[in-house]
Design a protein around this ligand. Structure first.
Ligand code: FAD
Length: 292
């Protein structure tokens, strides 16, 4: 019987593990892929306090070492189900816990085209506040036409030589104020009714995109802004989830006693490293109070 099982070893889950182990709780951290979560695939992080610049892999390794040094049990398994009784069923085991922290994060929606996985982080990006600065005075594409695509295009336009928005519909779907702002930017081009059909690459380096199966557009980088998918499907019959799939949270508490949520998978406005570690801290402290 564990005091707390944490599901997901991204920044939120790892931070929760630090707090719980320092409080001497019996903790199991379960991760299905790689320790560190999304950030492990980022080449450079420049907005995490305490580090002027650090690679995502190094930051993830540091977090891992910190948790390991606290003798936290870690299982590399995929959680398939948790029950109201707090049984945690994975692809190879069944565990029991007095409390659970869900920290399964989010995945950016992708185009699922060839070479996409290999180019993510070097040519293909999702987060402008994270990776936009790499494209100063360069030409970038933004895929999508909703609010997040338009906001991304507006920030990139202040930084890049040119920004090309590619939207599959025949109109932009974001709010009018953002559409107007984008249209006022002299270095933003909007291409409508166009689907990305291929990523262009040369010797493993990103070179641009092809649209509608015929036209090549050379780009230094591209930002996919076609939404995010919270990793919450397996919890949908257990905890309350909003219309977008995010787990509803009130100060990291879910609607079930003893089940907490932290990080990108929960309802909130800003999904960043600092907010994930913030959530991990609060979820762990809530779990400690619950265990008392
Ligand atoms: C390329 C990239 C660059 C970024 N750069 C920055 C940046 O510079 N600055 C910044 O502040 N933010 C950045 N972000 C955002 C930041 O990484 C996220 O906000 C943060 O990682 C969220 O942490 P999390 O712990 O909530 O979730 P995640 O990091 O998503 O971690 C969740 C973990 O849960 C695991 N998991 C999911 N389901 C299961 C399951 N069923 N069983 C077991 N494990 C499971 C996943 O494998 C994953 O490891 C970037 C994101 C990306 C993709």
């Amino acid at each position: 019987m564990y005091d707390t099982i944490i599901i997901g070893a991204g920044p939120a889950g790892l931070t929760a593990a630090i707090y719980l182990r320092r409080a001497n709780k019996k903790v199991l951290l379960i991760e299905k892929e790689g320790i560190g979560g999304q950030i492990a695939s980022s080449p450079l992080v420049e907005n995490y306090p305490g580090f002027k610049a650090i690679s995502g892999t190094e930051l993830a390794n540091n977090l891992y070492e910190q948790v390991e040094a606290l003798d936290c049990e870690i299982a590399i398994e995929e959680v398939l189900e948790i029950t109201k009784n707090k049984d945690v069923i994975t692809d190879s085991n069944k565990y029991q816990a007095k409390s659970i922290i869900i920290a399964t994060g989010c995945e950016y929606r992708k185009l699922n085209l060839e070479n996409e996985e290999e180019l993510i982080g070097s040519g293909i990006h999702f987060c402008v506040s994270c990776d936009g600065a790499f494209y100063k005075n360069k030409i970038v594409g933004v895929i999508g036409g909703g609010n997040s695509a338009l906001i991304n295009a507006i920030s990139l336009a202040d930084l890049c030589r040119k920004v090309i928005i590619i939207q599959d519909l025949d109109h932009l779907t974001g709010e009018e104020k953002y559409i107007n702002e984008v249209k006022e930017k002299k270095n933003v081009e909007i291409i409508l009714s166009s689907k990305v059909s291929k990523y262009l690459e040369e010797n493993g380096l990103f070179k641009g995109i092809q649209i509608n199966g015929e036209k090549d557009i050379e780009l230094d980088g591209v930002f996919l802004s076609i939404g995010r998918i919270p990793t919450s499907k397996i919890f949908k019959d257990l905890v309350s989830i909003d219309n977008y799939g995010y787990i509803k949270s009130d100060d990291m508490n879910t609607n079930i006693d003893g089940i907490f949520v932290a990080g990108d998978v929960r309802t909130k406005n800003v999904r960043q490293l600092t907010t994930a570690t913030n959530d991990g801290t609060i979820a762990a402290i809530n779990a400690i109070s619950y265990l008392k």
